[in-house]
Design a protein around this ligand. Structure first.
Ligand SMILES: [Fe+2]
Ligand SMILES: [Fe+2]
Length: 273
């Protein structure tokens, strides 16, 4: 089982650029090409929020067009830049999408031996995230019924601090309530998030929280609490979660760009001085 995770695509409406300078559709197209060039096709693709920069139907339509070459199931959740109803309409052809207008875009799907539980942390027109008591109750039931199968939980807002103060102010607000549920279910192998626009991994409440680089634009790494929030044109990236029953989930970061190589040296050169 190979799972691709792409985050924070921030697709804009055709003819516009992200922040007036970044072509997020072209950036995502490069990610799609990189996924297509992998020697093993992923079994599915996770989109961990901020799919569109302003939540317009045109942006979601553009997102689907750019992703169209990928012949694999796509599972998406909203981020703070999304709008729930246009996102719902854009993925109504997917059987995982909750149909009821206004309902949270949370769902559970089987991925072979794994279970994927998708959470909706969007508070529309606000930047921090919140799951809410009702969704946490729903999650408790899904976790109970999924045990002991390995589970991936996906939620846009990380439930943890990153050390980047401005982002930590807008992380998941009810993280403690989520953590209390997670630590009672040791079969949660990963919580995969977005939002941070930087690769970050840590142990938390008995599981591993994992955030990929953005497919579009990276956040400047600054630990000074007074540092302004800035973006930087470091390489775009995504994650591949490789699952084997013997090792569990192994998470690989993939950077997207044109790099020299691969170079194939005779094995002797690698093992002799
Ligand atoms: Fe984002
Ligand atoms: Fe976000």
């Amino acid at each position: 089982m190979l799972i691709a995770q792409v985050s924070d695509t921030h697709i804009t409406s055709p003819g516009t650029l992200l922040a007036g300078r970044v072509d997020s559709r072209a950036q995502l197209a490069r990610v799609v090409k990189r996924i297509e060039a992998l020697d093993t096709r992923p079994d599915c693709l996770l989109l961990t929020g901020d799919l569109a920069d302003r939540g317009t139907p045109e942006a979601y339509a553009a997102l689907r067009r750019v992703l169209a070459p990928l012949a694999m199931p796509i599972y998406a959740i909203p981020g703070n830049h999304d709008l729930r109803e246009p996102l719902r309409q854009a993925f109504l052809d997917c059987d995982w999408m909750p149909r009821a207008p206004g309902s949270r875009i949370c769902y559970r799907v089987d991925l072979g031996a794994l279970v994927l539980i998708a959470l909706d942390s969007l508070i529309e027109a606000e930047d921090p995230g919140c799951l809410g008591a009702a969704q946490l109750d729903w999650l408790r039931a899904r976790l109970d019924e999924s045990s002991p199968r390995p589970v991936i939980v996906m939620v846009h807002h990380p439930p943890v601090d990153s050390g980047i103060a401005a982002m930590d102010a807008i992380r998941l607000q009810d993280a403690d309530a989520l953590g209390a549920l997670i630590e009672r279910h040791r079969n949660v192998e990963r919580i995969v998030c977005g939002h941070l626009h930087r690769s970050m991994h840590l142990r938390w409440r008995g599981t591993v929280v994992s955030v990929p680089s953005s497919s579009t634009e990276q956040l400047q790494l600054a630990f000074d609490p007074a540092a302004p929030l800035g973006t930087i044109q470091e390489p775009a990236g995504f994650q591949l979660h490789y699952f084997s029953p013997s090792h569990g989930i192994i998470t690989h970061a993939v950077l997207v760009g044109d790099y020299p190589g691969p170079f194939f040296s005779p094995l002797e050169r690698l093992i002799r001085p």
